[in-house]
Design a protein around this ligand. Sequence first.
Ligand code: GLY
Length: 296
Amino acid sequence: MTEALILSTWSFALEANRSAWAQLAAGGASLDAVEAVCRHVEEDTEVDSVGLGGLPDAAGDVSLDACVMLSPAQSGSVCAVTKQLYVTSLARAVMEHTPHRLLAGAGAERFAVERGFETHELLTERARTTYESWLADAGSVGPQNIDPSLEEHHDTVGSLALDTSGALAGACSTSGMRFKTPGRVGDSPIPGHGLWVHPQHGACVATGSGELMMGSNTAFLAVEEMRRGAPVEDALRGAIERTAEEHELEPEDQVALLGLRPDGSWAAMSLRPGFRAILSVNEEPKLIEPASLWSA
Ligand code: GLY
């Protein structure tokens, strides 16, 4: 029997990991665990980059992206969803109930209603207030006016899990870059960019600047390194270095990865300091402060 494990991005996943643990430890599926982690964060109004409470785009609309993945042949994603809260569950429904990989915008909303998902207002009063003050300060509408200090909080909930049968699963969910250009979709819902899972070789989930991951297939790259035999830590380092090399980085850019292999070996690493992860190998989740490749 394999030892169960959940590894999730950012300290906001502490209670989410805790809530998902009991079922996984009792023999539940890794896919259920990563979905439960993401749902927990999607409901948390204190998290301003995922689900309810996520900050809107430059036009004031909140739009969500998510992905779930079991293998190259089994993934589901949604993007640009504006009326659904549980987008990770919706992505899972795409994987399990359609022949497709990604549903976008109005089509995803329509599919959600057909599957019995309830619609939600996603913009909270707090997010509206933050948006209005950004709009007043920015002077014009566009993400180029973002104060870099605001961006350090830009992040995604990503979760990787291994269940007692040895099956890997991954999921991620985000409201994307705050005050983004309307219509912008990041790395999270695109398999290989923000998330990649191969049942024999390993899994990787990314958080940080989506445009960078989209330029380098970062999550796929990390798992490909694992496929070639690299230890997880080396695989993450290689993917982060390659992503950084291939782009001109802005001061606020971050690339942060979690990796997990089917043998239970795992790693967490970031380009810049500040990344946090939550590891569960028993009922008490543990905060991890991963190494960063750069000092600032
Ligand atoms: N990494 C999430 C995004 O850029 O949308």
